[in-house]
Write a protein that binds this ligand. Structure first.
Ligand SMILES: C[S@@+](CC[C@H](N)C(=O)[O-])C[C@H]1O[C@@H](n2cnc3c(N)ncnc32)[C@H](O)[C@@H]1O
Length: 209
């Protein structure tokens, strides 16, 4: 997936993936990870997700990583504040009240930015990437996350090869992440119809070994 694809989505406000409510799987399954409130949570490919506010309200310092400057700016504007971006190396950084948003390419960020991350929340990140990039994404998480790091992953299953979003089944999740992570399937959503046929969401817990 070209970066221009995502920049165009944000410029044209074609962001059907954005949820105005907190994700229900996050609310239901995050508490089962039993993380200390001060655990820093990485939200890769975060868009302007309101889920970051929910995590912050639970005490977690949040580190969001997002390609689009529009998304990073609007996340804070929608909270009623303008947060100036500071340029660091090859990305822009905005920070307020325990939420840090880095605007840049996840695959190009220096490894130091991942230091201190104790958990990951992935909703619509892995499934936003085509197969070769999903492999790079999983590799990057293996390289950057410390043993003990927990991850809540929400994927989509449906009958179609094109995307985004892309269908990612359990076999692929295990192929991508095991054995570096212990993979546990936590929940299977009810099927629902979408423009591209029947879909369902699957929730996994992953733990870095
Ligand atoms: C499907 S959206 C999901 C956003 C968010 N997770 C949510 O739940 O609303 C995928 C996001 O990933 C961003 N993105 C795509 N490739 C990226 C990359 N290489 N580095 C950082 N962000 C990227 C896009 O701009 C887009 O906002």
């Amino acid at each position: 997936m070209e970066q221009s694809f995502w920049h165009e989505r944000w410029e044209k406000d074609e962001i059907g993936f954005h949820q105005v409510q907190t994700n229900r799987w996050l609310e239901e399954y995050w508490p089962q990870l039993r993380l200390a409130a001060d655990t820093q949570v990485l939200v890769p490919l975060c868009g302007k997700s309101k889920d970051m506010l929910w995590l912050r309200e639970r005490g977690h310092p949040v580190l969001g990583i997002e390609l689009s400057d529009i998304a990073c700016r609007d996340f804070f504007v929608e909270q009623g504040v303008e947060v100036a971006a500071v340029t660091v190396d090859n990305y822009h950084r905005r920070e307020r009240d325990g939420i840090v948003l880095l605007c840049g390419d996840l695959f190009e960020l220096p490894w130091q930015v991942f230091e201190g991350v104790g958990a990951v929340y992935d909703r619509a990140a892995l499934v936003a990437l085509p197969a070769p990039m999903r492999k790079r994404y999983a590799e990057r998480l293996k390289q950057r996350l410390a043993p003990g790091c927990e991850m809540l992953l929400v994927t989509l299953e449906f009958q179609a090869e094109d995307g985004p979003p892309f269908a990612v089944n359990e076999c692929e999740v295990r192929r991508l992440f095991e054995p570096a992570f212990v993979v546990e399937r936590m929940a299977t959503g009810e099927p629902y119809s979408s423009k591209r046929g029947e879909r369902r969401e699957i929730v996994y817990r992953l733990r870095r070994q």
